[in-house]
Design a protein around this ligand. Structure first.
Ligand code: ADP
Ligand code: ADP
Ligand code: ZN
Length: 215
C-alpha cells in the first residue's frame, strides 16, 4: 500500500502515521522528521532547513524533493510507504507524480485528517516530542507516565521551536493557501478519504484501519 496522510499542522498525522506504520507494516516517511534529524545532526541541509522551519515557513523545493526521491527509492519502501507532510504544494505533488512514474508505482489513497481550528492550535502548543526516538505526547491529552520523560526511551521531552502561538498562525495560513488546494488535486483522482480527527486516538485509528482494510 502506498499512502499519503494529509491534514493541517497538529491534526494528528504523525500520531496516526505511527499506528498505521505498525499495523500495516509500511515505511513512514515524514519530511518534518527528516528535517529535524538533519537539524539535530547539524548537517548543511539541517542548518538551512532550520532557518525556514523556525519561522513556520516551507523549506524550498530545491532541498525537499531530492530528499524525498532518495528516501522513496530505498528498499524498505518496496513493501509500501506512508508519506506524512509531503507533498505540501502543487509543485511538490507534480514532482511526486514524476518520481512515482519513474518507479512505475502509484498512490492508493490519501488519508485526510479533518479537525476543528481550535483543536489544531491546542494540539500544537501542547505538543511535546522525544528528541531521541520521535515519540509524540501532549501536555493535557497524551501525558507520558513520568512527567516530561519519554515512555519509550527515557529521554527528556522537548517542545519543538516552531510549536508556539506565533509560528502556528503562520503555519496554518500556509496550509490554507498552499497545501489545502492539494485536496482538490487528489480529489480529481478520486483518492481522498476524509477521517474525523476530533475523537480519541484509538477510535480514529479504528476508522483509518477499516478504510485501509477495504482498499
Ligand atoms: P501532526 O503530525 O498532524 O502535526 P501530531 O500527530 O504530532 O500532529 O499531533 C499533534 C499533537 O496532538 C500531539 O501533541 C499529539 O500527541 C496530539 N494528538 C494527536 N491526536 C490526538 C487526538 N486524537 N486527541 C488529542 N490529542 C491528539
Ligand atoms: P506538522 O506536523 O506540524 O505539520 P511537520 O513536522 O510536518 O509539521 O513539518 C515541520 C516543518 O518542516 C514545516 O513547518 C516546514 O517548515 C518543514 N517541512 C516539512 N515538510 C515539508 C515539505 N514537504 N515542504 C516544505 N517544508 C516542509
Ligand atoms: Zn523516546
Amino acid at each position: 500500500m502506498r499512502l499519503l496522510i494529509m491534514g493541517p499542522p497538529g491534526a494528528g498525522k504523525g500520531t496516526q502515521a505511527s499506528l498505521i506504520k505498525e499495523n500495516f507494516n509500511l515505511a513512514h516517511i515524514s519530511t518534518g522528521e527528516m528535517f529535524r534529524e538533519a537539524m539535530n545532526e547539524k548537517t548543511p541541509l539541517g542548518i538551512e532547513a532550520k532557518s525556514y522551519m523556525d519561522k513556520g515557513e516551507l523549506v524550498p523545493d530545491s532541498i525537499t524533493v531530492g530528499l524525498v526521491k532518495e528516501r522513496i527509492s530505498k528498499e524498505d519502501c518496496n513493501n509500501g510507504f506512508l508519506l506524512d507532510g509531503f507533498p505540501r504544494t502543487i509543485s511538490q505533488a507534480k514532482f511526486l507524480d514524476e518520481i512515482l512514474k519513474e518507479l512505475d508505482i502509484a498512490i492508493d489513497a490519501v488519508i485526510n485528517i479533518v479537525v476543528d481550528k481550535s483543536a489544531m492550535v491546542n494540539r500544537i502548543v501542547g505538543r511535546r516530542i522525544c528528541p531521541k526516538c520521535g515519540a509524540g505526547y501532549h501536555i493535557d491529552t497524551i501525558k507520558p507516565k513520568k512527567d516530561g520523560i519519554c515512555d519509550v526511551c527515557g529521554t527528556a521531552l522537548i517542545q519543538r521551536k516552531d510549536d508556539n502561538e506565533e509560528t502556528v498562525l503562520n503555519r496554518l495560513s500556509i496550509y490554507e493557501e498552499k497545501t489545502k488546494p492539494l485536496l482538490d488535486y487528489y480529489q480529481e483522482q478520486d483518492l481522498v478519504i476524509d477521517i474525523d480527527g476530533m475523537g480519541d486516538i484509538q477510535d480514529i485509528f479504528k476508522n483509518v484501519a477499516n478504510v485501509l482494510g477495504a482498499l
